[in-house]
Design a binder for this molecule. Structure first.
Ligand code: BES
Ligand code: MN
Ligand code: ZN
Length: 498
């Protein structure tokens, strides 16, 4: 995919296809009106005939429109003019992309960014365009026989802007959007790969590959002996029942000299069977997605390195499987975490917090400006927020606000949930400093409370992506979230948004 911007009028633009919009009551959008004038009323006629309704989700492909240089004009419905917001805008782009991806079209220019989409500027409209098209074109074929065939020929994507200055902003948006959507594709690939391929070692190799691609990125992989030497017995307790070795994946990007880094920690459970507290069979395959936090932070690293942002960024991924066996950790076992605090493992299926707590303790050595962990941590989070919003939790309301705002700007939304002392009693243990579970009630919050005990002294937030990282059912697959939210957070901190 290659992005570019143009200020030429829709009817003058040479291209395989230009995309223009029409509103619900038959009012032509900016570029549609231009094409209508150039073609002496070709579109008005089709609107009058009822072939173009302007309803959301509709589209009509026209060829050889008189007075128009492009070979085709794709007219998409924009719905009600007063209702055109980011999600309607992206819906129209998605409709266009879904139609174009199976055709023979190689290059396309979208003129939809000329419309008034709330108060969204040229930068974000171009970025959403790149992200929406890249997201729609994504296809996972790696594990189908017949392989990588039938890739879409659609390679060049243009975004039209109304002025030179908007075109400059749009170009930045398109570049950022392209980097973000490539990051999302990487995160999706890692999520979608089966657990017999996407193992802890595979995640480590992927991180190393990114390290080789960017000269500002260094990657280090620690094996079990080193993990043990660090005293990460909580992390190791999760991998006790497995054959595949655990890895601690460390990535470092230096773009801002000696500034304190942003640290991203990702849960990397490449398969979560629950351990001795075994999960029920139905749907257990979806626990291959339990490394989506890791995928999202590794992918965000690739986005930031590609954009060469002036920030320092560290990524920490504890990666292992959670399986039952004769050597697995038992419910009732008490382990000593790297911090020295002891944990009574009452449920071996609450393993995410056990790997993350040691990763948080380890991360203290980076003296982070801010540290965010990302994890498919609790089923309770899915009950609380469903599949639309990522849970954002932090003892620091300002940081939680900054992250939820980034989610709004990136159109990858979160919702602020509490971390508070009242919940802590639920983690009380008679035998250790605390238990690893706090009962069913408020499960997403008590999990965050558990982590907070290891994040003391750091400016920390926790993202629970259990509901947003993948889809189930017919469209089963990884979503690439929250790569846009995390990338936006770093872009804002780097002051890289025009
Ligand atoms: N990876 C799961 C969380 C999960 C479950 C995410 C289902 C998405 C869908 C996590 O390791 C887990 O098993 N959590 C337990 C915690 C409980 C034992 C306190 C859960 O949510 O059931
Ligand atoms: Mn689990
Ligand atoms: Zn898990």
């Amino acid at each position: 995919m290659e992005m570019f911007t143009t200020t030429s009028a829709a009817h003058r633009r040479q291209s395989d296809c230009v995309v223009v919009g029409v509103y619900e009551n038959g009012i032509a959008g900016q570029a549609a009106a231009e094409i209508d004038a150039a073609s002496k009323g070709h579109l008005s006629k089709l609107i009058k005939q009822g072939d173009i309704s302007g309803m959301p989700g509709t589209s009509l492909m026209l060829t050889s429109v008189p007075g128009v240089r492009a070979q085709r004009v794709l007219v998409v419905g924009l719905g009600k003019m007063s209702k055109l917001g980011v999600s309607q805008f992206r819906g129209a782009i998605r409709a266009a992309a879904n139609l174009l991806k199976n055709g023979k079209i190689k290059d396309v220019v979208s003129y939809l960014g000329l419309e008034n989409v709330g108060d969204t500027g040229a930068y974000y409209l171009a970025r959403y365009t790149a992200e929406t098209i890249g997201d729609a074109l994504y296809k996972f074929t790696e594990t189908k026989s017949g392989g990588h065939s039938r890739a879409t020929p659609l390679k060049k994507i243009g975004v039209a802007a109304g002025s030179r200055s908007d075109a400059n902003k749009a170009l930045r948006g398109a570049e950022h959007g392209q980097a973000i959507v490539e990051g999302m594709s990487l995160a999706k690939d890692l999520g979608n790969l089966p657990p017999n391929i996407c193992t802890p070692a595979y995640l480590a190799r992927t991180a190393q590959k990114i390290g080789r691609q960017h000269k500002n990125v260094t990657t280090r992989i620690l094996g079990e002996a080193e993990i043990k030497r660090l005293g990460m017995h909580s992390f190791l307790s999760v991998t006790a029942g497995t054959t595949l070795p655990a890895k601690l994946i460390l990535m470092q990007y230096k773009g801002a000299g000696r500034d304190k880094p942003i640290v991203l920690v990702g849960k990397g459970i490449t398969f979560d069977a629950g351990g001795i507290s075994l999960k029920p069979g139905p749907g257990m395959d979806e626990m291959k997605f339990d490394m989506c936090g890791a995928a999202s932070v590794i992918a965000t690293m690739s986005v930031i390195a590609k954009l060469k942002l002036p920030v320092n960024l560290n990524v920490v991924v504890p990666a292992c499987e959670n399986l039952p066996s004769g050597t697995a950790t038992r419910p009732g076992d008490i382990i000593k975490s790297m911090s020295g605090k002891t944990i009574e493992v009452l449920n071996t299926d609450a393993e995410g917090r056990l790997v993350l707590c040691d990763a948080l303790t380890y991360s203290k050595r980076f003296k982070p400006e801010v540290i965010i962990d990302v994890a498919t941590l609790t089923g309770a989070c899915v009950i609380a927020l469903g599949h639309h919003r990522t849970a954002v939790m932090s003892p620091n309301d300002k940081l939680a606000g900054e992250i939820t705002s980034a989610g709004i700007a990136a159109d990858d939304r979160g919702w602020h949930m509490p971390i508070a002392d009242e919940y802590e009693r639920q983690l009380k243990s008679n035998f250790a400093d605390f238990a690893n579970v706090g009962g069913r009630d408020g499960g997403a919050v008590t999990a965050a409370c558990f982590l907070s005990k290891f994040a003391d002294g750091m400016n920390w937030a926790h993202l629970d992506i259990a509901g947003t990282a993948w889809r189930s059912g017919g469209a089963k697959g990884s979503t690439g979230r929250p790569v846009p939210m995390l990338s936006e957070f770093v872009l804002q901190r780097a002051r890289a948004i025009p």
